[in-house]
Design a protein around this ligand. Structure first.
Ligand code: DOR
Ligand code: ZN
Length: 361
């Protein structure tokens, strides 16, 4: 009887160990919160699981000065439940009009980590983006001097949409890394094997974020069996071999690769539209999706560093101090969620995830 009980306890413990995981509270190093009323939806959804997030500056008008970034920062803090411990980090929208003085003084604002480069026309709200990277060189020089981080949307705006990331790397990023050997650069939301290979061979000043959607899907989910606007994002989902390369990079334990969800909410009516917006809303489910992917690849032990350590290290920040518990328990993603005066269709809507989040302190 006694041995039977200890056998059962052993079994329960084993099941428990295999089916739950405690990690340092993660950070989301790339998120879109939008503004005003939307903040009351987006900020709590990210703050629920993530300790910190880097908030993208592609509002309209774009956030090109310290003062508008700071005003936006205050609006985000106001949308936050004061009992939740969450820190937004900001980045300036970089274009030819950014004032050199703002970059010289950016270090005085520790919640602003750098500046984001969007090629003009490459994605949502990038019409104020950069037309000539060469013309930015004096500003990049200042960023390098002050050790500010440059986040890049790495796509050219011409040629085949499936080749735009690879072409950006060849035409702009390779020269940029040679011309600014000390500038810390993050190639955001990488989507191709070419990007993985570039980051791997680049100096340690270069890193990349990887989204849950580029890990979970390829262009078949977007296009096969019908046109599925809720899988449309930029950079567009690529080929299966690209997806596999991203998966291998994410679970590799290489500190150059870390989590950035690129959770980018657009109301349902703007997605289900003759000209649907680019962006996938993943904030409430991203952590469970990353966990599922790492588990499926038998690399769940690498999840902690990918989610919670490597990104912080790249930004010269300490990891969060508290932890979060993940459990291998099914959760059904709702088919839609309320969003401002409309609905939003989240990533993987209507499907079941194998992992859930269980808060523990
Ligand atoms: O799919 C995307 N949506 N990619 C981006 O680069 C921007 C984002 C957005 O702001 O909606
Ligand atoms: Zn983005």
């Amino acid at each position: 009887m006694k041995s039977m009980i200890s056998l059962c306890i052993g079994l329960i413990k084993r099941i428990f160990i295999l089916n739950s995981l405690s990690i340092i509270r993660p950070d989301d190093w790339h998120v879109h919160f939008r503004d005003h009323e939307a903040l009351h939806y987006t900020v709590p959804a990210t703050a629920m699981h993530f300790g910190r997030a880097l908030v993208m500056p592609n509002l309209q008008p774009a956030l090109t000065t310290i003062s508008v970034v700071n005003a936006y920062y205050e609006r985000i803090l106001n949308a936050l439940d004061k009992t939740v411990s969450f820190l937004p980090y900001m980045t300036l929208y970089l274009n030819e009009n950014v004032l050199p003085d703002d970059l010289h003084h950016l270090r005085q604002y520790p919640h602003i980590l750098g500046a984001k480069l969007y090629p003009a026309g490459a994605t949502t709200n990038s019409n104020e983006g950069v037309h000539s990277i060469k013309k930015l060189y004096p500003l990049l020089e200042i960023m390098q001097t002050h050790d500010l981080v440059l986040q890049i949307h790495g796509e050219v705006t011409h040629g085949d949409i499936f080749d735009r990331e690879a072409r950006f790397i060849e035409e702009f990023l390779v020269p940029l890394t040679h011309d600014f050997p000390k500038l810390r650069i993050i190639l955001e939301h990488i989507s191709t094997q070419a990007a993985v290979e570039f980051v791997l061979q680049a100096p340690t000043t270069v890193a990349a974020t990887i989204t849950p959607h580029h890990l979970f899907y390829n262009r078949n989910q977007l296009l096969a069996g019908g046109l599925r606007p809720h899988y449309y994002c930029l950079p567009i989902l690529k080929r299966e071999h690209d997806q596999r390369a991203l998966q291998q990079a994410a679970v590799s334990g290489n500190p150059k690769f870390f989590a950035g969800t690129d959770s980018a909410p657009h109301a349902k009516k703007l997605k289900e539209n003759a000209c649907g917006c680019a962006g996938i809303y993943s904030a409430p489910y991203a952590l469970a999706m990353y966990a599922q992917l790492f588990d499926e690849l038998d690399k769940i032990k690498q999840l902690n560093h990918f989610m919670s350590v490597f990104g912080a290290e790249f930004y010269h920040l300490s990891p969060n101090q508290d932890r979060i518990e993940l459990i291998k328990k099914e959760q059904l993603i709702p088919t839609s969620l309320p969003f401002v005066n409309d609905d939003i269709i989240p990533i993987a809507a209507g499907t079941t995830l194998q992992w859930s989040i269980h808060e523990s302190t």
